[in-house]
Design a protein around this ligand. Structure first.
Ligand code: XLS
Ligand code: NI
Ligand code: NI
Length: 435
């Protein structure tokens, strides 16, 4: 039985093909820097967007056509969706997926029933992983949709809600482990505030830290060897989210003695909402040796919210892949399309167009990044820019052995300082040679 009877398995046909249901650039087994594109890119599909996003917006309800779904909250319907999803993964040739507990399985009347429903659906996920060879990139818990989480999950003022959140995360980590997930993501959409008039920020941060310490303890207790990733986002749905950007996350983790246990999952649209470029956020994370995974999407310059569009910008994909190649590639992480179709693109075939576009854009980004690295001019320029530090004095300063007094003596005795050009335009022109 096929749920996408009209759709063939998507294959590489090359840049000249006019077949919209083919890859023009993503050629999974093609080698780049000695590794296949498949291994470099580690694409993942987001269960919540592919299977559960009705494509509503703040002004109107859902439009997505999901002929396989009976619209009920039953476990059987949830299990059927899993089969549909894995057919999608097979046809689109994506190797990994990500989920929230509440998108794969229904939320029931009691927590115990919700746990049981999740176990039942996890059984189907395990079967389908077994059948297809697809893998779980990461799992997470939804601590933002249900009304009980309106004032936060780990940062709620209510101790009973906090306990519920803890129980949910405990279960979700266990299920992620059972399914062999590479990581577990903490995205706290409601872990922030909408007004400081009713918020004890210090108390909430202490709660969040206690919550994460318990998560680490649970991870160790059950022997989950995947990574813990925090996904920064500055706001939406909260006015301010505590994990607002990569630097804020690191500061929080260091302050509370959690730094060694967490890496980051960086999302493009969250970076731009934080007033940063994606490259900035990736660079902050990579510099700390803590770039774990990426939620690949993009925002819209004209819309001030998380539009979660598919990443089709080749320039952006090249920048992302430069950072990824620069850190030696993904380990447990990958490129998760945390992206949804526009409300107007409501047919099942649009799921394929959307992912094909993202995969082809990143295939090109990968090749462009590799070409820039092989060319070497940009890297060389940046290296030269700092060459004055490549001296006894430079080394002395960086190893913390110099003093202001010593530098004052040098500054007083030397001729007026000089500066070489920053060469931004020169470098941007080089980049364009490869696009
Ligand atoms: C929402 C987030 C969310 C996380 C997973 O903006 O991107 O989808 O990736 O909870
Ligand atoms: Ni995300
Ligand atoms: Ni997002």
């Amino acid at each position: 039985m096929s749920y996408f009877p009209e759709i063939p398995k998507i294959a590489y046909e090359g840049p000249k093909s006019k077949n919209p249901l083919s890859f023009k650039h993503y050629n999974p087994e093609e080698l780049v820097e000695g590794k296949s594109m498949r291994e470099h890119l580690r694409f993942a599909a987001a269960y919540w967007h592919v299977m559960r996003n009705p494509l509503a917006d703040p002004f109107g309800g859902g439009t997505a056509l999901t002929p396989w779904d009976d619209g009920s909250n039953s476990v059987a319907n949830a299990q059927k969706r899993v089969r549909v999803f894995f057919e999608f993964l097979e046809k689109i040739d994506i190797d990994f997926y990500c989920f929230h507990d509440r998108d794969v399985a229904p939320e029931c009347d009691t927590l115990a029933e919700s746990h049981a429903a999740l176990d039942a659906v996890a059984g189907t996920l395990a079967e389908e992983q077994q059948r297809t060879g697809k893998k779980l990139l990461w799992g997470t818990a939804c601590l933002f949709a249900h009304p009980r989480f309106a004032q936060g999950g780990a940062t709620t003022p209510s101790l009973s809600v906090f306990a519920h959140a803890a129980a949910q995360v405990k279960k979700a980590i266990s299920v992620t482990k059972e399914l062999g997930g590479g990581g577990y993501v903490f995205w706290g959409g409601r872990e922030g505030y909408s007004s400081l008039w009713n918020t004890d920020m210090k108390h909430e941060l202490d709660q969040l830290a206690a919550f994460l310490h318990m998560a680490v303890a649970w991870k160790k207790e059950i022997g989950f060897t995947g990574k813990f990733w925090i996904e920064p986002k500055p706001r939406e749905p909260s006015t301010h989210q505590y994990d607002s950007d990569a630097a804020a996350c690191f500061n929080f983790l260091r302050e509370y003695g959690l730094f060694d246990e967490f890496e980051l999952n960086i999302e493009t649209n969250h970076a731009t909402l934080a007033g940063h470029t994606m490259r900035h956020e990736l660079t902050v994370a990579a510099n700390a040796g803590r770039l774990g995974s990426i939620d690949a999407n993009r925002g819209d310059e004209l819309i001030g919210w998380d539009t979660d569009q598919f990443p089709t910008n080749i320039y952006l994909a090249a920048e992302v892949m430069l950072v990824v190649l620069g850190m030696g590639g993904f380990k447990e992480g990958g490129l998760n399309f945390d992206a949804k179709r526009r409300r107007e693109s409501h047919h099942p075939v649009d799921l394929f167009h959307a992912h094909i576009g993202g995969m082809d854009a990143f295939a090109r980004g990968l090749k462009i990044a590799a070409a820039i690295r092989a060319d070497g001019r940009i890297e060389e320029f940046v290296k030269n820019r700092y060459s004055s530090w490549n001296s006894d004095l430079g080394r002395k300063i960086l190893s913390g052995k110099a003093s202001f007094a010593e530098l004052e003596k040098i500054a007083l005795s030397q001729p007026a300082p000089t500066l070489a050009s920053g060469g931004q335009e020169y470098l941007e022109n080089i980049l364009n040679e490869f696009l």
